[in-house]
Design a protein around this ligand. Structure first.
Ligand code: MSP
Length: 543
């Protein structure tokens, strides 16, 4: 298991201690706790939001919601990466100032977050003064320590990738397509002493196997570190690029966009202030596999080490959504617009699909057909159907009031033990980032509740006038309601709206934490349920 369950346990013990103490009339001061701090990559401002951006945010949101429900206070950061050549160019093409261009882009990315119910606590933009201040502070500190020096650079430069190139970057003697136009340049620049930290980084990665998750991704970093590192050019002359953060020690240059962007993780949580320790070190930087090497696994740890700042606890590296085996990209024209799917199916169905289909860390192929299949079978036929038959029968046979379970036979015993097993398994899979398996288990349970309904057949029992059948009917409906309540609680991190809606229709509370909400009980007995509602309407056929 990836997370230590001990931490979660410790917190609920703490809560118990607090409750017990309060009961005795005392005043309890809870010891200061660090937030569970999770960040996403900050999106490039030059493009439109797509499925990859949506996935990273949903995955991060699910982790944070799960943590919060496990009783941990959390801080969730996402944001926008605004500087650099490409943004400067896009703004120029649009005939506006870079900041005006970025304001518009920030609106688009933020509305994606709102549309997907992403519960971020903060949104950082690298053009904000709070960020610029910290970038300059770190640069000055490193410069004063002698970690940054000026030198003449002569060599190849890719404007598209905003990167200096070496002969070894060529494939079959040519610059690969991704670099766009490559020119030979000669200029003075500032360099960060990356190379000096190479032995330290190698050792750090070897002695901290949990730093990169999933572990197999660490191999890629180790491979990269087999070659000697070059010092990192962290400046761009202003005559070439003006849209960036000015170097505090030389006004003729701006900061290289990656050096600038990485600092967001600390600038957003008050680096240099008393509050910093409330969040830092980050528990997770959630990133895609394309930005692990070298920025997050080489530049970032070395920047922090050189500046004397603690490293983040771990990098959570997810895979890519592909389209027929290829990465989605603008040039291939196979980009999926998340907004279309959310419009058609709702944000919770979209979140469900992303989490059910992707094994975190691996790649996954996206197809609308697969989406529709999951939507109609898991959500419509299994979950939606369970809710609708339960509400229907509760109104029909019990006046809309959840009855009391008053008997127990083998079917009931099996259902209860499956409920307990499911709750434990789902939580442990969520803890271990295996959301696809956690969801599979929960939906197996939901299918089992539908089977239980068929075994007991309350619609047949309702036709009988015997007291025994009435008891069985009421017991069945009560158990179906309780089972669905548990299933809905377990769905909350992934489907916050649908989970809450089901609970509300059942007359149940929407819990903030799992604690106390996952035990089988009879809290629904006597409660009035809501009216029938279709949660997952059949999708309209697409022209
Ligand atoms: N701006 C940099 C990150 C700086 S972090 C200090 C960047 N931006 S991005 O907009 O190109 O990508 C943002 C995130 O989306 C990255 O983690 C990237 O891996 C992820 N994805 C982009 N396309 C993707 C898919 N097709 N599938 C899944 N995620 C992918 O990189």
């Amino acid at each position: 298991m990836f997370f230590e369950g001990a931490k979660i346990k410790k917190f609920s013990l703490l809560e118990q201690a607090e409750k017990a103490f309060k009961k005795r009339g005392g005043v309890y001061i809870r010891p200061e706790m660090k937030n569970f701090y999770l960040t996403t990559a900050i999106d490039y401002a030059n493009g439109a939001p797509h499925l990859g951006h949506a996935y990273e945010k949903v995955l991060s949101d699910v982790i944070v919601r799960h943590k919060r429900m496990s009783g941990l206070p959390a801080h969730f950061l996402t944001g926008l990466d605004e500087h650099g050549q490409k943004v400067q160019q896009s703004a120029k093409n649009a005939g506006v100032e870079p900041i005006a261009f970025c304001d518009e882009q920030a609106e688009k990315f933020l509305s994606l977050c709102r549309l997907l119910d992403v519960s971020n606590d903060d949104y950082i933009r690298t053009s904000q003064p709070r960020h610029i201040k910290v970038v300059q502070q770190i640069l000055q500190q490193l410069y004063d320590k002698g970690e940054i020096y000026k030198a003449e650079y002569k060599g190849f430069y890719s404007a598209r990738q905003e990167q200096f190139l070496q002969e070894k970057d060529k494939v079959d003697g040519k610059w690969p397509e991704i670099f766009g136009e490559v020119t030979e340049i000669s200029e003075s620049n500032y360099f960060f002493k990356l190379k000096a930290y190479q032995p330290w980084l190698i050792e750090y990665l070897e002695t901290h196997p949990d730093f990169i998750y999933p572990r197999f991704r660490a191999k890629q970093v180790a491979e990269f570190l087999k070659e000697p590192l070059n010092d990192l050019c962290i400046s761009r002359p202003k005559e070439r690029l003006s849209w960036g953060i000015e170097l505090p020690f030389d006004k003729n240059y701006v900061t290289y966009v990656w050096f600038d962007a990485l600092v967001n993780y600390i600038s957003a949580v008050g680096f240099g202030t008393e509050d910093f320790g409330k969040n830092w070190p980050a528990d997770f930087h959630v990133i895609g596999k394309d930005i692990l090497v070298p920025p997050h696994s080489v530049y970032w740890p070395i920047m922090l080490k050189a500046a004397g700042i603690e490293l983040p606890k771990s990098l959570l590296v997810h895979g890519w959504w592909m389209s027929s085996g290829q990465k989605m990209s603008k040039s291939l024209g196979n980009i999926v617009n998340p907004l279309d799917l959310v419009d058609r199916f709702g944000s919770d169905a979209f979140r469900y699909f992303l989490m059910r289909e992707m094994n975190v860390g691996q790649d996954s192929d996206f197809s609308v057909d697969l989406f529709v299949t999951r939507y109609t079978s898991d959500l419509g036929n299994d979950l939606g159907n369970l809710l609708s038959r339960l509400l229907n029968m509760t109104h029909r046979y019990c006046g809309g009031i959840v009855p009391q379970a008053r008997a127990e036979d083998n079917f009931e015993k099996d259902l209860k033990s499956l409920a307990a097993e499911t709750a434990a398994a789902v939580l442990s899979h969520y803890d271990g980032m295996q959301f696809h398996i956690g969801l599979e288990k929960n939906f197996n349970f939901i299918r089992a509740v539908n089977r239980y309904a068929e075994q007991r057949a309350p619609w047949k029992l309702a036709k009988s006038s015997s007291e025994e059948d009435r008891l069985a009917l009421e017991t069945t409906l009560a158990n179906m309601a309780e089972a669905l309540r548990l299933g809905a609680v377990l769905l909350l991190p992934i489907m916050p709206k649908i989970g809450a809606k089901i609970l509300t229709l059942l007359g149940a509370e929407v819990p903030k934490v799992y604690d106390g909400a996952l035990a089988w009980g009879d809290s629904l007995a006597g409660v009035k349920v809501g009216q029938q509602e279709i949660l997952f309407p059949r999708p309209a056929p697409q022209e």
